[in-house]
Unconditional design. Structure first.
Length: 122
């Protein structure tokens, strides 16, 4: 295991600079934490924890008090932005769920959505 003291602030900043956009952050998590491919809530939480440490800490502390102040909520990456990025990767065949049931449920949901949209466009 790595000793935390071996990691410099410069290395941490370089890492964070490499993953500035939500899409880059989502891709990193999907590539390195395969279980996040099956659960959007876990994906969101890992993006928050890894790339938004200050917001993660504030969010966690506030949640223990029973409420989350609006100023903290405004800094939290939007769940929809994260799931949209995940869907974009999935549409290209990347980072698909590792659980076959989740994959089938998402494919079926997409088909239902497309059929419903086709009705509205008629």
């Amino acid at each position: 295991m790595f000793d935390e003291e071996e990691i410099t602030e410069e290395e941490v900043e370089e890492f964070l600079d490499k993953y500035r956009t939500v899409k880059e952050q989502v891709e990193y998590v999907l590539a390195n934490y395969p279980s996040s491919r099956n659960c959007d809530e876990l994906l969101w939480w890992l993006v928050l924890k890894i790339f938004h440490k200050d917001v993660y800490d504030a969010f966690r502390k506030a949640a223990h008090k029973g409420y989350i102040p609006m100023d903290v909520l405004k800094k939290v990456p939007k769940f929809e932005s994260i799931t949209r990025a995940r869907r974009q990767f999935n549409e290209r065949g990347l980072y698909l769920p590792t659980d076959p049931e989740v994959l089938e449920r998402r494919r079926r949901g997409e088909k239902v959505w497309r059929k419903a949209m086709a009705r509205w466009s008629d």
